[in-house]
Design a protein around this ligand. Structure first.
Ligand SMILES: [Zn+2]
Length: 89
């Protein structure tokens, strides 16, 4: 198994867990892409979130719908975020 050059592997933002495509990938100060973060979590070389609860509040608002309650969304994020690199630091 070659995991290093497997480009089909799904990339996820290592801060919020959102699946990453080039269009929403974060950018460094010099304009190059930072393939570990989305543009909401990492913009122009700056990380947006320092606080997990703040990020959860923002994400949950976008995740809630008729089949996914705020409680479920919160529980999902609280499980997901600690597995991502940004929050392991
Ligand atoms: Zn993100």
């Amino acid at each position: 198994m070659n995991t290093k050059s497997d480009s089909s592997r799904e990339r996820r933002c290592q801060c919020c867990g959102m699946p990453l495509e080039d269009a929403i990938t974060g950018k460094n100060k010099d304009g190059t892409l930072n393939e570990d973060y989305c543009r909401w979590c990492y913009a122009d070389g700056t990380y947006t979130y320092n606080d997990m609860d703040e990020l959860i509040d923002v994400c949950v608002k976008h995740m809630v719908n008729e089949s996914f309650t705020e409680q479920q969304a919160r529980a999902y994020m609280k499980q997901l975020l600690p597995t991502l690199d940004y929050w392991k630091r």
